[in-house]
Design a protein around this ligand. Sequence first.
Ligand code: FAD
Length: 468
Amino acid sequence: MGRRWGLLVGVLGAVWLLGSGQGGRQPAETAAQRCFCQVSGYLDDCTCDVETVDRFNNYRLFPRLQNLLESDYFRYYKVNLKRPCPFWNDISQCGRRDCAVKPCQSDEVPDGIKSVSYKYSEEANSLIEECEQAERLGAVDESLSEETQKAVLQWTKHDDSSDNFCEVDDIQSPDAEYVDLLLNPERYTGYKGPDAWKIWNVIYEENCFKPQTIKRPLNPLASGQGKSEENTFYSWLEGLCVEKRAFYRLISGLHASINVHLSARYLLQDTWLEKKWGHNVTEFQQRFDGILTKGEGPRRLKNLYFLYLIELRALSKVVPFFERPDFQLFTGNKIQDAENKMLLLEILHEIKSFPLHFDENSFFAGDKKEANKLKEDFRLHFRNISRIMDCVGCLKCRLWGKLQTQGLGTALKILFSEKLIANMPESGPSYEFHLTRQEIVSLFNAFGRISTSVKELENFRKLLQNIH
Ligand code: FAD
């Protein structure tokens, strides 16, 4: 109620401001302009602009990507939602109906996918056994050369290697279960207030390189914020090295994307007969309107585009891995698996053709020792964020939070993996670099979420066009 009232006052205030003095006789700004006026043109720290991303994503990539994500390989994700929160004890599960996650029955998941994890859980006590297990990870064919078998062996040992940006679930744990992502979509759950703020707060305050003395604008857990604090925050951010600034922008982009989804798939009607989900423009405005959020909203949307470009670049870089002739999207259905691989490569080649890719070479450049230290800090901070996801009190939010952080972590692993840098793309696909099925599923689904957000922004732009 308080927020609705605040929104009304804000909108009336904006209309008044524009109607008097400043706006003269010109028609008042539309809600679409207030959310999107700064979300155009070039993106900071990139050579790309918003309009190019919109055109590329909404018309060329989005429909095909959605198709791919509906396939069996990508819709089943194994996750442990019972892991205890490593940072505090008092997490209460919110108990809301819309936060529930329905795991798969064992006969729902194709055997080809399940057998991977079943085999993988066995104690490996000989070289051949280990090789067999890894082969069934779905990445390679069964007729491998000796050299490849050795590489495959290494992959199993590299699951938690120094390349990883995420703390991943032990998918062998009896608590890990397959979830059908299509049946448990990311949408409005009603998880909000101090519990949700606490998670975001810990992420920004303790894990984004921010000193405590610098206040985050509009932080609901801090009192008495003023204009000077916003200024201090942004001059602090601008003064940071490009990597740390990028880190904040990635997290803010992920946060914005989650909030776009819950506004786009909001619970509009809840009767005993049916539930209706759809766009809630008021919810969207509260989070992204330039005036209601004192300029923060459009910045958040720009960060979402930044995240999009980072993940897009990672996908373009890892194409040779997926092009290996022996790589399969293995579910056990030969025809379907081959068709899916074709679609996957089509999408990846489309991504490769994007003309304004982010240039990650400016990251972790300069003095080798300092760059390595920075990279390690970056990795450890991100790993911590992936652990915080086990503290999210709403299981549906936790599921998608874990999947999206693992997906982003995989993108960062691709961008900054020494093995990939050393071996691809000039010298062709390298067998030293490896992604597990979990990493592949999370990478593409996470990108699918950001791609959906960008598409949803187009929908909101239209819906807000005639609102003043
Ligand atoms: P919040 O979104 O909670 O933000 C807290 C504060 O952070 C804001 O007041 C503002 O100061 C700042 N802030 C907001 N957005 C940004 C940004 N993009 N960049 C920088 N700072 C920002 N809810 C659902 O309905 N469905 C979900 O699937 C879902 N998934 C979630 C996953 C996670 C991991 C978490 C932590 C929360 C999730 N939520 C989900 C809750 C949702 O994100 C919000 O926390 C909730 O809707 C309350 O929103 P709010 O407007 O109070 O501000």
